[in-house]
Design a binder for this molecule. Structure first.
Ligand code: ADP
Ligand code: 5GP
Length: 218
């Protein structure tokens, strides 16, 4: 008999300041696990950066379209950051769940806590931080995607996110993991290990599927 553990899907939520490495980790994770992990593409009103692929990086839309779809209940959650609207479409969640895959999100801390509230047993939050603020600046400039004003806005948001992170210290079930993205390969190893370990959490494993393994002939 082909025995297989069956478990509930996991929502892996990557949080952290712009430039901390969320996209880099997501891309690696999905490339390594194409059959079992799916990226949840968010919607946003911000313009695409060079190299971003519409429909893959984000569903880019004008503010009026975003607002109309929000009013008609198409979003699971939305937030405004740096003057732009961002949100998770219910369809992105459902597509992943129906495909039987775990989902990966890149959203802000408020969105992440929203997921924790709605799906406390299924959401795993990973907070990614760069080794220093100076290094974050270097990486953002290296990515070459934001003008100085935009950069300033993002630093303000980063401060807010750090404040939220510090406030949540010691608060169980909010931020599950903190990863300092210094050496990329080392940090990625940790992210990968978290995904593997979380997939073995007994909490999410279906009892009937465990019973098959626990049969002992009398
Ligand atoms: P985010 O998605 O959080 O905004 P990115 O994944 O786009 O961040 O990373 C920002 C930039 O920093 C990218 O150019 C990426 O290649 C680079 N980067 C990410 N992690 C590291 C690292 N550990 N060392 C050096 N550069 C990195
Ligand atoms: P960026 O413009 O750098 O891609 O993203 C800016 C911020 O918006 C990041 O913190 C990112 O994680 C967050 N973000 C992206 N998509 C969503 C989303 O669907 N919901 C929420 N709440 N935040 C998002």
């Amino acid at each position: 008999m082909d025995r297989k553990l069956v478990r509930k899907g996991i929502l892996f939520v990557l949080v952290g300041p712009t430039g901390s490495g969320k996209s880099t980790f997501c891309t690696r994770l999905i490339a390594e696990n194409p059959d079992t992990l799916q990226y949840s593409t968010s919607a946003t009103t911000r313009p695409p950066r060079p190299g971003e692929i519409p429909g893959k990086s984000y569903h880019f839309m004008e503010r009026d379209e975003f607002e109309r779809r929000r009013a008609s209940g198409e979003f699971f959650e939305t937030e405004e950051t740096h003057g732009y609207l961002y949100g998770t479409l219910r369809s992105s969640l459902e597509n992943g769940i129906n495909a039987g895959k775990d989902l990966v999100f890149q959203i802000d801390i408020r969105g992440a806590l929203n997921f924790k509230r709605h799906f406390p047993n299924n959401t795993v939050t990973l907070f990614i931080i760069p080794p220093s603020f100076d290094e974050l600046k270097v990486r953002l400039k290296g990515r070459g995607t934001v003008d100085p004003e935009e950069l300033q806005r993002r630093f303000t948001t980063a401060r807010d996110e750090y404040e939220a992170l510090l406030q949540l210290n010691g608060d169980p079930g909010k931020v599950d993991y903190l990863i300092v993205n210094n050496d990329l390969d080392e940090a990625y190893k940790t992210v990968r290990a978290i995904v593997l370990a979380e997939r073995s959490r007994y909490l999410r494993i279906d009892r009937a599927s465990v019973e098959q393994f626990c049969e002992i002939p009398s």
